[in-house]
Each structure stands twice: as structure tokens, then as C-alpha cells.
Design a protein around this ligand. Sequence first.
Ligand code: GSH
Length: 219
Amino acid sequence: MIKLYGLAVSNYYNMVKLTLEEKGLAYTENEISLFSNDPTFKTRSPMGKVPFIETSNGFLSETGAILEYLEELKPTPALLPADPFSRAKTREIMRIIELYIELAARRHFRHVFFGDPLNQAAVEEARLVLENGVSALKHVVKPGPYLCGNELTYADFYAYHSFPYANLVTSKLYGWDIIAAVPGLKEVLAEVAARPASRKVDADQQTALAAFMAQNSGG
Ligand SMILES: N[C@@H](CCC(=O)N[C@@H](CS)C(=O)NCC(=O)O)C(=O)O
């Protein structure tokens, strides 16, 4: 049985959890604090990040690596297309979302979600990266009903669990709705949201978010 470690508020954690749900793989959830002083944390997740999983072969971190592992472990239902070129195009979209949407917006997470001072140096820098990322996505996605066409893929999971948080950042900082900026994306996100696996993951995320906010507002 796979052990999933992390936090239900984490978008990357939820990409892995959604995969486990969609593939019908048995797993347990193991909450781990990001501020853990546990000296073994980095022996399990070398970068000190979540999510990571524990398998009968050992620990594995980095969402992209975990998703690829799960695809090989249980190829059906497939979350990458069968044809090599289409698989590569799906990975291209995953990378663009991760590197130029999620990571660029993440630079402002502490400001937007926790009220830390704004990182002025990153405001313009992140905007340029985000503009490039959004423009690239307009060229590579083929929405209807999913980002790569008919098949649900990992590209949808990256979009579904990256855009909502990133959009809160771009709306607040730049007055810019990056979901509306990619034609068809809003409909794709609605399609993913309607899946039973998503409903479960999202319900858990909402519960965790409410507890997280109450804890961090001193309530
Ligand atoms: N590249 C990592 C990123 C994961 C990540 O940034 N996780 C966040 C939680 S959503 C985290 O662990 N943050 C704590 C930190 O960066 O120290 C992945 O793909 O899994």
C-alpha cells in the first residue's frame, strides 16, 4: 500500500492524491508539517518538500516523478496518451504550467495568503514569466473537453491544482484573471471538478483549508 505524505491544503499533494484516486490505487494519507523539526524529513524528501510517497521500494518525492511512477505502476486508466508524441506534448504542458505559472505565482504566495510584505523585486519579474507562460499555453493546449483533447491527462491535474491559487495571486497583484486568459481553460477546470475523484480530493482540501485558516488566524 502506498503511503502519501503531506498536507491536504497543498496543491502538489492534491495532484498526487487525485492520481491515486483516479487510478484506484490503495493509499493512506499521512499528514506531515512543513515546519517539522523531524531530522528524518530530508532522508524521506530530500528537498524538504511535500508531497512524497513511501512504497515497498522506498521513498519518492517531486510530484512529476511520482506521477510518472504511478503511471508505470498502474497504466490503466491511463493519464498519459499512448502515442509517444502526444505523451511528450502532455509533458510539455505539465512543465509550462509548473515552471511558468505555478512557480512564478508561488513567489507571491506568502504575501497573498499570509500577509507577508510584498516582494517588490518579484512583481515585474514574475509578471513577465506569467505572461510568457499564459501565451505559451494558448499555443499548446487543445481544449475540449480536456486540455489535450478527449483524454484526461496529467496536464489537466497540473492545471486544476495550479491555476486557482495562481489566479488569486495574479488577480490581486496584477488585476489579471489568468484562467480567463487561456481560451477553454475555465471549461476544462469545470470538467475536472465534476469528476468523482476530484470531488473527494476537493472536499478534503476545503476541510483542511478551513482548519488551516482557523489555526493561522489565531482562531
Ligand atoms: N517541486 C516540488 C514542489 C512541491 C512544493 O513546493 N510543495 C510545497 C507545498 S505545496 C512545499 O513543500 N513547500 C515547503 C517548502 O518549499 O519548503 C514538487 O513538484 O513536488
